[in-house]
Design a protein around this ligand. Structure first.
Ligand code: MIC
Ligand code: SF4
Length: 646
């Protein structure tokens, strides 16, 4: 078992209750929370439903960064609700245009050694500054704002030893892409990745944060770097030197597993369609024609990344075969680029400057053309996430992205024929504190007509008469379950948003998933979803639980269910089960019945066994055995029909 790690030190300092053996639920005190608008509206509605007058955390911040298209009044209605509820409940509010929650939190609020949970799966960005920063569903964030501990499985610690230093044109993104090629997106649930070794000091905080940000794609609880002289330098640059604390592993720290990455051996890499772990070297892709390049997002939208891009573009023009979009991660970054002339370099090279925010990363605009290649510095390339069905989306570093923009095709940046830009670190970052809105007690909460209420489930019955509404395969992401993009504006309107659950599997002339699920629900049966491996990976969006719940889904059974999604299912009273015998997955088909007798009593079985009876269309019956990973507290929640009922 791991010893002397940073992970352990932070957990010890925040320990509230629970086990200390890997896998046992451990409750930790949460110092800070963050929300973003697309998950935040529901989180604050939940906070209100719990009856919280004022948040109990050291700091809670509400950011608006996702839903900024404002096609119709819904987005702005959400912003007004978010701003007023933040003021009312003691939460700092960051309005649209200030920046992506993770980038901004790193600049303004991230503190080494603190715990942070955020209603966004890329909250681990804060690990780059030595925080234990974890993504969670909105209801869990609401509970933390209410002062409740947050439960994680006591982690196994994967130590990633970095040695040497990156060579020119190689980037932090290549480090995490390399790690994704080793660990993949599957099988890492319950672990925390901790970086150590002499290579750590060669990476600045922005680079470390790129690595911890995209660590989310590994499916781990979070990733973390030490807090050292480099961290101190970053805090000085941000005008927050007094917030520095050193945080290092013991010299004889032991990890559950060690992976070594030699930074000087890394080459530029790309995640190929349609998974962040489908890795090739850029050299292998050399020459592939590209139509679109997009630079930005919470992975690579910081000052250093965009400065590299600006310097590579200076005095050059992009290829006429591509469009290049650049979205700075925060207002500060944009303002710094504007004041030092780098923005002009980008514009005159042919870049399209996009709004500060998530934008194209969440499928809000910039969808690629049919049958074309899009190259992005983002962290996810799940099928269809760009807004184009059958998209071919590749994920790369800013260094590689700018090489592609200049040539119109996949190009190893080392072949560009000029030296890799090395931007100077700014002595001071611009601070726009006046644009952050501080709470004012008693503020009236603005609730326009599109602000709904968080729906509730009914309690788990004794006998669950289930019917399989859909059977899906491996690696179903929450983007498959609950598409974002053009539908994002429905996040506060559950009945409307529910209509597009599993939209990507709908076929013309066949009733949609939503119609089928509602028909099962209205017939008095419980809807069942059958998944395979890594069900629910990706985003933390709890709508991937709330909307299926609204449509009557009571059980999700799969070979494996990812951490955040499983927690969201529990929070909304959906039973997450795991096939005890993976071969049984093959026995089940859509429209089969799955009956559970005495399900409430079965959940108390100390061996975690749950028996169901599969009834096929021809009337044949087969007993199927399931297990689950529910804690005693989770079981109470599921039985109650979700946390709001409790
Ligand atoms: C994402 O990158 O998928 C998102 C959009 O930021 C989500 C949150 C959401 O769906 O609102 C995430 O990563 O949790
Ligand atoms: Fe926004 Fe994209 Fe980051 Fe999600 S991954 S928070 S959509 S920039």
């Amino acid at each position: 078992m791991a010893r002397g790690t940073i992970t352990q030190k932070i957990i010890d300092a925040h320990y509230v209750s629970g086990g200390r053996q890997p896998g046992e639920p451990v409750g930790i005190h949460i110092d800070q929370t963050l929300t973003q608008d697309a998950t935040g509206t529901m989180a604050y509605l939940e906070l209100e439903a719990i009856g919280v007058e004022k948040v109990a955390t050291e700091l809670s911040v509400s950011y608006v960064d996702h839903n900024m298209m404002q096609n119709g009044p819904e987005n702005r209605n959400d912003h007004l609700y978010l701003r007023s509820v933040a003021a009312n409940k003691g939460v700092v509010f960051s309005p649209p245009g200030n920046g992506i929650c993770h980038q901004l939190h790193l600049e303004r609020f991230g503190r080494p050694g603190k715990t942070l949970i955020g209603s966004d799966s890329h909250t681990p960005t804060g690990g780059g500054i030595g925080m234990m920063a974890i993504g969670a569903g909105g209801l869990d964030v609401a509970m933390a704002m209410a002062g409740r501990p947050f439960f994680i499985p006591y982690p196994k610690v994967i130590g990633v030893k970095l040695t040497g230093a990156l060579r020119p044109w190689c980037a932090a993104k290549d480090v995490i892409l390399k790690l994704l090629s080793i660990l993949t997106t599957k099988g890492n649930v319950g672990s925390i990745v901790e970086y150590f070794g002499d290579g750590v000091e060669t990476l600045g905080v922005p680079q470390r944060s790129t690595i911890t940000n995209m660590g989310a794609e590994l499916g781990v609880t979070t990733s973390i770097f030490p807090s050292d002289a480099t961290t101190r330098r970053w805090l000085v640059q941000q005008g927050r030197a007094d917030e520095f604390v050193e945080l290092l592993p013991d010299a004889d720290a032991e990890y559950d597993r060690v992976i070594e990455i030699e930074l000087d051996k890394l080459v530029p890499m790309a995640a190929c369609p349609s998974s962040p772990d489908n890795i090739k070297t850029v050299a292998e892709l050399e020459g592939v024609k590209v139509d679109q390049v997009l630079i930005g997002s919470c992975t690579n939208g910081g000052y250093r990344d965009l400065a590299v891009v600006a310097m590579a573009l200076r005095g050059r023009k992009i290829s006429p075969d591509v469009t290049l979009g650049i979205a700075p991660g925060s207002r500060t970054v944009l303002e710094m680029l504007a004041s030092n002339g780098m923005l002009a370099d980008m514009i005159s090279a042919g870049a399209r400057i996009l709004e500060v925010g998530c934008g194209a990363c969440i499928g809000q605009g910039q969808s690629p053309a049919d049958d074309t290649v899009t190259v992005r510095t983002f962290n996810r390339n799940f099928a269809g996430r760009s807004g184009t069905k059958g998209d071919q989306s590749y994920l790369v570093s800013p260094e590689t992205a700018v090489a592609v923009a200049l040539t119109g095709k996949f190009t190893d940046p080392r072949n560009l024929g000029f030296d890799a830009p090395v931007p100077a670190e700014p002595e001071r970052f611009i601070r726009e504190d006046a644009l952050l809105q501080q709470p004012v007690a008693g503020t009236e909460i603005v609730r326009k007509r599109t602000i709904g209420e968080p729906p509730r489930n009914s309690a788990l019955p004794e006998k669950l008469d289930g019917k399989v509404v859909i059977k899906v395969g491996d690696k179903i992401t929450t983007d498959h379950i609950m598409p974002a993009g053009v539908h994002l504006k429905l996040r506060s309107n559950i009945p409307a948003y529910s209509k597009v659950v599993f939209e990507c599997f709908n076929q013309p002339g066949v009733p949609t998933f939503a119609e089928r699920a509602a028909a099962v629900r209205d017939s008095g049966k419980a809807g069942v979803i059958i998944g395979r491996d890594s069900y629910g990976q990706g985003s933390s969006r709890e709508h991937a639980a709330i909307c299926p719940m609204y449509l009557g889904i009571k059980v999700v059974a799969a070979l494996a269910i990812e951490r955040i999604h499983r927690a969201n299912l529990v929070n909304f009273g959906i039973l997450p089960l795991v096939f005890a015998n993976p071969a049984d997955y093959d026995a089940i088909d859509e429209n089969d019945s799955l009956e559970f007798k005495d399900i409430r009593a079965q959940l108390d079985d100390p061996d975690r066994r749950v028996a169901g009876v599969l009834v096929k269309a021809d009337g044949s019956r087969k007993e199927i055995s399931f297990t689950h990973a529910l804690s005693p507290d989770d079981i109470v929640t599921v039985k109650a029909g979700g946390r709001l009922n409790r």
